[in-house]
Write a protein that binds this ligand. Structure first.
Ligand code: CO
Length: 297
C-alpha cells in the first residue's frame, strides 16, 4: 500500500486587482494580465465585472469581437447577459449560469447585457476567466458548454458551514459536469465565519484563490487576503487551506482556480493567443478577411 503524504501549500504572493474599463465602458477589476504579471499558466486573464448597481439604460457590454487560441469562461453572479456569435449560436446567461466557450480556431461574438435588463437596470456581477489551449487544440473547432445554474453540482459540509459550486474539477464529493481540454479546477466556495476548507490540489497544478467578498486566511501560514485580491499558492504541497476567521462578520466568498501549466510559448495580441508571432499575424489576417465569420443579426 502506498501512503501519500498530505502537505499544505504555502502562499507565493498576493496580487491586487487593477480597475480598468472594458468594451463599451463597464468597470472591471483585473488581477491579471498586467505589465508585471502577464499570465499564470495556463490562465491568461481574470476579470471581475462589478458588482455594480446599474440605473435603467446604463448597462454596457462588449460588442462584436474575435477570439482565437484559448477558452473564455463566463460565470454570472447577478444580472443577465446575452451572447451571440459567428457560428449562429446565441444564448442567455442568468445568475449562477456558466458558459465555457472554447474559441479554438476562432469565433466572433458579442457579450451584452440582456435588453430587458438594460431597460430596467439592476445589479450586475460576473467573472470572466481565459484558459489557454495547448498547441494541439488552438485550431480546434469552436465548442460551447452552457450550463444553467441548476445543473452546476453543489456540495456542502455536514454542518453547512462550507458550500461549494463545482464548475470544474471536484470538491466535497461533487464532480463537475463541464469537460476541460487540460486538467482545470474551478470552484466557488462560500465559508461561514469560523469555517475552514482543506482542498486537494495536486502539486503540478498552478493554483490561486480570488476573493469575491469578505476576507480570509490563506495557506499553511494563514496569510490574510480580501475582496478583489488574488492569492497565489506555492507549488509546495498537494492541498490548499482557506479559512474564514471565527470573528468575521460576513461569509467569505471566493473562487479557487487551478490548472496544470502548459509550459508552451505564449504570444498574445489582444483577443488572439498563439504560440508564435507568425500565428498571430495569421489570426489578424484571418479576422480582417472574414475567415472567422460574421455575426448575423
Ligand atoms: Co469575448
Amino acid at each position: 500500500m502506498t501512503v501519500q503524504t498530505q502537505t499544505l501549500r504555502t502562499i507565493a504572493g498576493i496580487i491586487n486587482s487593477v480597475e480598468t474599463i472594458e468594451g463599451a465602458g463597464f468597470l472591471v477589476r483585473r488581477p491579471f494580465p498586467k505589465s508585471s504579471f502577464s499570465e499564470f499558466d495556463p490562465f491568461l486573464l481574470l476579470d471581475e465585472l462589478g458588482p455594480v448597481n446599474l440605473k435603467p439604460g446604463q448597462a454596457k457590454g462588449a460588442p462584436d469581437h474575435p477570439h482565437r487560441g484559448f477558452e473564455t469562461v463566463s460565470y454570472i453572479l447577478d444580472g443577465r447577459l446575452e451572447h451571440k456569435d459567428s457560428e449562429g449560436h446565441a444564448g442567455l446567461l442568468n445568475p449562477g449560469d456558466v458558459q465555457w466557450m472554447t474559441a479554438g480556431a476562432g469565433v466572433i461574438h458579442s457579450e451584452m447585457p440582456e435588453s430587458e435588463f438594460i431597460r430596467t437596470g439592476g445589479k450586475l456581477h460576473g467573472i470572466q476567466l481565459w484558459v489557454n489551449l495547448p498547441q494541439q487544440d488552438k485550431m480546434m473547432a469552436p465548442r460551447y458548454q452552457e450550463i444553467p445554474s441548476a445543473q452546476i453540482p453543489v456540495a456542502q459540509t455536514e454542518n453547512g458551514a462550507v458550500t461549494v459550486r463545482v464548475i470544474a474539477g471536484a470538491a466535497l464529493g461533487a464532480t463537475a459536469v463541464i469537460e476541460t481540454r487540460t486538467p482545470i479546477v474551478y470552484l466557488h466556495f462560500t465559508l461561514q465565519p469560523g469555517a475552514t476548507i482543506v482542498q486537494p490540489v495536486p502539486k503540478e497544478y498552478n493554483a490561486f484563490a480570488y476573493v469575491l467578498d469578505g476576507s480570509g486566511l490563506f495557506g499553511a501560514e494563514q496569510e490574510p487576503g480580501e475582496d478583489g485580491q488574488m492569492v497565489i499558492f506555492a507549488q509546495d504541497g498537494n492541498e490548499v487551506t482557506i479559512a474564514n476567521s471565527a470573528e468575521a462578520q460576513h461569509p467569505l466568498d471566493l473562487l479557487l482556480i487551478a490548472g496544470v501549466p502548459l509550459n508552451e510559448p505564449v504570444v498574445r495580441y489582444g483577443p488572439f493567443v498563439m504560440n508564435t508571432e507568425a500565428e498571430i499575424i495569421q489570426a489578424i489576417d484571418d479576422y480582417r478577411n472574414g475567415r472567422m465569420g460574421h455575426i448575423h443579426a
